[in-house]
Design a protein around this ligand. Sequence first.
Ligand SMILES: [Mg+2]
Length: 192
Amino acid sequence: MSGQVRPAGGPIPAELAKRVALVVFDVDGVLTDAGVYLGQSSDGDTVELKRFNIQDGLGMKLLGRVGIRVVIVSGRTSAANRVRAGELDIELQEDDAAQKLPVVRRLMEEMGVGWEEVAMLADDVPDLSVFAHVGLKAAVANAVPVVADMADWKSTRPGGHGAAREFCDALLAGRGQLQEVVEAYVRERSLP
Ligand SMILES: [Mg+2]
């Protein structure tokens, strides 16, 4: 592979990127454009559909390849979230009462990591209980002002339209690992 791999937006500073061990992704507004399609099946069951971004999914998978734990944490329960997380084989934590802090605290205890080793990609107020503490605060382009104002890094792309991929690439680039991770991925798919 001869091309230079680079993130779509600005870099994440190395001193922030290199200490990250756990990355938390919000769903609505971060992995989606915050919209939901609501309808009803012929049995009268509510049907909820969301549109995810395939490029985001690959970025999240690539993060896992350098030993970073990737967890999707949603403040809503949704079958669409479970289908998407299952397809990516990425851990999903859902809390219907939008209590994200205890969820992330438990993950950190399990891993024995501190807040400075946690990164979060966020968009809205329900993320703040966690976002306020993490060592790397990343906001999507469509984040509400209070989240954007606190962020160490902001994507140029909005949620559901490549923001998560941009973040994953920028994080790997900040760690000096983006080129090698992508080259290894391509190499594995270039075998006869
Ligand atoms: Mg959100």
